[in-house]
Design a protein around this ligand. Structure first.
Ligand code: NAD
Length: 487
C-alpha cells in the first residue's frame, strides 16, 4: 500500500491512480503534530473528471444491472481490506488519532466486515416484486415493482470515523448498483486514499465506478450537490454544512441523504445503579475524545442524587484521563486538529461565561505535543445553556438534574438534535417506556449497543434525513419503478 509506505497518496479518477492538478497538501498526526506525508490536492477540474467518469460508468456500462459482478467486487474489496488490516490500523491511529482499541470495532474492522453484509444483501434482495393483477379503470393489468440504482452518488464525509463513514456509503451504494464520487474530509485524506488504492489494485471494480477525490478545500464538496450529473448526495458532517448541502441540492431537486450532528442524552432513572451508569456515561463521552456524533454528551440524573452523580462521574472521568492513541488501553486520544481544539476551548470558555462549574477538566491536557483536552464535567447549568444545546465534539459532558421520568424525557427531547440516547433503570419495562419516548434514531437501554452493519442508524429532527446501514440504509440508494402490462 503505497499510501503508507511511500507517505503520499493520489486521487482515484476513472480507474487511474492520478496525482491530481492542484499540487499536494499535508496530513498530520494529531497526537504528535508530526506531518505524516502528503495527499493529492484535487481541483474543481479533477472533481469534474471524476463526476464525468462516474456518470459514464453508470450510463454506459452494465454495472448497475449486474448484481453478480457487484457482489463479487464487494466481497473482493472486503477481503483485500482485511488483508491490509494491520497497515490500515497503523495508518488510522496515526492520521485520525483514533484509540487503538476502537480500530478493532467501528474505526476499522467492523465497517470492513460489514461490506460482506451489503454484498449478501444485494445477492438475496428481492429486486422485483409482483403486485399481481388489478383492474384500474376497467383495464386488467399485471403490475410489478423494480428496485433500481439511483445513479451517480456524491459522497461527502467527515474525519472522525473515516472508514466507518466512507464504507457505510460505498458498501450499500455499490451493492445497489450506483457509481460513486467520494470527497473525504481534508483532515483524513489517507484513510480514503488507502481504501481507493486497494480497491483499484485488488478488485475488479470497473473504472469510473468509484472515484476518490481528496482536497484541502472544503468548498470543493459544494460542487457535488449542485452538479446536475450527480443524482444523490450522501452527506455526513455537521448540521450547518448539511443545511448548505441541502440548499445547494434544492434547485436540481436532488436527493439528499444527511447524517448530521447530535447532542444526545444519557438518562439515569431513579432506580438505576447510579455509579455504574455514571461510569458508563464518562467512558462514552471520552471515547475518541468525544468526537462521535452519537456519543451521549448530556447526562440527566435524578435531582435528589445530583451531587452523588456529579462526584461519581467526575471520579470516572479523572480515572480515564487522556492517553497516546497508540496504546491499547487509551480511550481518550487527541482531537483531530488545532482548529478543533480551539473550537472545544471556545465552548469551555462559554461554559464558564454561562455560569457552569468545571467539576473536573476544563482545559488542555498537560502534554508536550498533540491536541489533547482533559475529560471535562460541567455542572450547575440548565438545559437552556448553549453548551447543553450545541455540539461540542470534545470530551465534554454536561450533567443536568431531572425530576422524574416525564421531566427526563422532556429535557432529553428539548434539543434541536435527535440522533441517539441512552436510558438506565432498574425496572427494564420502565426504562423501555422512557426509551420509546425519546425522539432519536437510536437508543441504548441499560448499556445495550445499537451499532452494527444490519442496524439502521440516523437521526430525527436536525440530526439528519434517512438511515445509514441495514436494509433501510441500502434502500436509500435505490429508486422504485412500477411496471404495468395488460393482463
Ligand atoms: P463538516 O460539516 O465541517 O465537514 C464534513 C464534510 O463536508 C467534509 O468533507 C468537508 O470538507 C465537507 N464540506 C464542508 N463544507 C462544505 C460545503 N459547503 N458543501 C459540501 N461539502 C462541504 O464536519 P466535520 O467537522 O468534518 O465532522 C464533524 C461533524 O460531523 C459533527 O457535526 C458530527 O456530529 C458530524 N457527524 C455525523 C455523523 C452521523 O452519522 N450523523 C457521523 C460522524 C460525524
Amino acid at each position: 500500500m503505497s499510501v503508507w509506505t511511500d507517505k503520499t497518496s493520489n486521487l482515484l479518477v476513472d480507474g487511474e491512480w492520478h496525482p491530481g492538478s492542484g499540487g499536494r497538501f499535508e496530513t498530520a498526526n494529531p497526537a504528535t503534530e508530526e506531518v505524516l506525508g502528503t495527499a493529492a490536492n484535487a481541483t474543481a477540474a479533477d472533481l469534474d473528471r471524476a463526476i464525468a467518469a462516474a456518470r459514464r460508468a453508470f450510463d454506459e456500462t452494465g454495472w448497475s444491472r449486474d448484481v453478480d459482478l457487484r457482489v463479487r467486487c464487494l466481497k473482493q474489496l472486503g477481503t483485500a481490506l482485511q488483508e491490509h488490516a494491520e497497515e490500515l490500523r497503523e495508518l488510522t491511529i496515526a492520521e485520525v488519532g483514533a484509540p487503538r482499541f476502537l480500530t478493532h470495532g467501528a474505526q476499522l474492522d467492523a465497517p470492513v466486515a460489514d461490506l460482506a453484509y451489503f454484498a449478501d444483501l444485494a445477492a438475496g434482495y428481492e429486486w422485483t416484486r409482483d403486485l399481481g393483477v388489478a383492474e384500474p379503470m376497467g383495464m386488467p393489468s399485471r403490475r410489478w415493482t423494480r428496485r433500481e440504482a439511483v445513479g451517480v452518488v456524491g459522497a461527502i464525509t467527515p474525519w472522525n470515523f473515516p472508514h466507518q463513514i466512507n464504507l457505510a456509503k460505498l458498501g450499500p451504494a455499490l451493492a445497489a448498483g450506483n457509481t460513486v464520487v467520494l470527497k473525504p474530509a481534508p483532515d483524513t485524506p489517507w484513510c480514503a486514499a488507502a481504501v481507493a488504492e486497494i480497491l483499484l489494485r485488488e478488485t475488479d471494480i470497473p473504472p469510473g465506478v468509484v472515484n476518490v477525490v481528496t482536497s484541502d478545500d472544503h468548498a470543493l464538496g459544494a460542487q457535488l450537490p449542485s452538479d446536475e450529473r450527480v443524482d444523490l448526495v450522501s452527506f455526513t458532517g455537521s448540521t450547518a454544512t448539511g443545511r448548505a448541502v441541502m440548499a445547494a441540492a434544492a434547485p436540481g431537486i436532488k436527493r439528499t441523504f444527511l447524517e448530521l450532528g447530535g447532542k444526545s442524552a444519557f438518562v439515569v432513572l431513579d432506580d438505576a445503579d447510579l455509579g455504574a451508569a455514571c461510569g458508563l456515561a464518562a467512558f462514552t463521552v471520552c471515547t475518541h475524545a468525544g468526537q462521535g456524533c452519537a456519543l451521549t454528551t448530556r447526562l440527566l440524573v435524578p435531582r435528589e442524587r445530583y451531587d452523588e452523580a456529579v462526584e461519581a462521574t467526575a471520579k470516572a472521568l479523572r480515572g480515564i484521563g487522556v492517553g497516546d492513541p497508540d496504546e491499547p488501553g487509551t480511550v481518550c486520544g487527541p482531537l483531530i486538529s488545532a482548529r478543533q481544539r480551539d473550537r472545544v476551548e471556545g465552548y469551555l470558555a462559554l461554559a464558564r461565561d454561562e455560569g457552569g462549574e468545571f467539576v473536573t477538566g476544563g482545559a488542555r491536557a498537560e502534554r508536550d505535543r498533540g491536541f489533547f483536552v482533559e475529560p471535562t464535567l460541567i455542572a450547575g447549568l440548565t438545559n437552556d445553556a448553549r453548551v447543553a444545546r450545541e455540539e461540542i465534539f470534545g470530551p465534554v459532558l454536561v450533567i443536568l438534574p431531572h425530576d422524574g421520568d416525564d421531566d427526563a424525557v422532556r429535557i432529553a427531547n428539548d434539543s434541536p438534535y435527535g440522533l441517539s440516547g441512552a436510558v438506565h433503570g432498574g425496572d427494564l419495562e420502565r426504562a423501555r417506556a422512557v426509551a420509546a419516548r425519546l425522539r432519536t434514531g437510536t437508543v441504548g437501554v441499560n448499556g445495550g449497543v445499537w451499532y452494527g452493519g444490519d442496524a439502521p442508524f440516523g437521526g430525527y429532527k436536525q440530526s439528519g434525513i434517512g438511515r445509514e446501514m441495514g436494509v433501510a440504509g441500502f434502500e436509500e440508494y435505490l429508486e422504485t419503478k412500477l411496471i404495468a402490462e395488460p393482463a
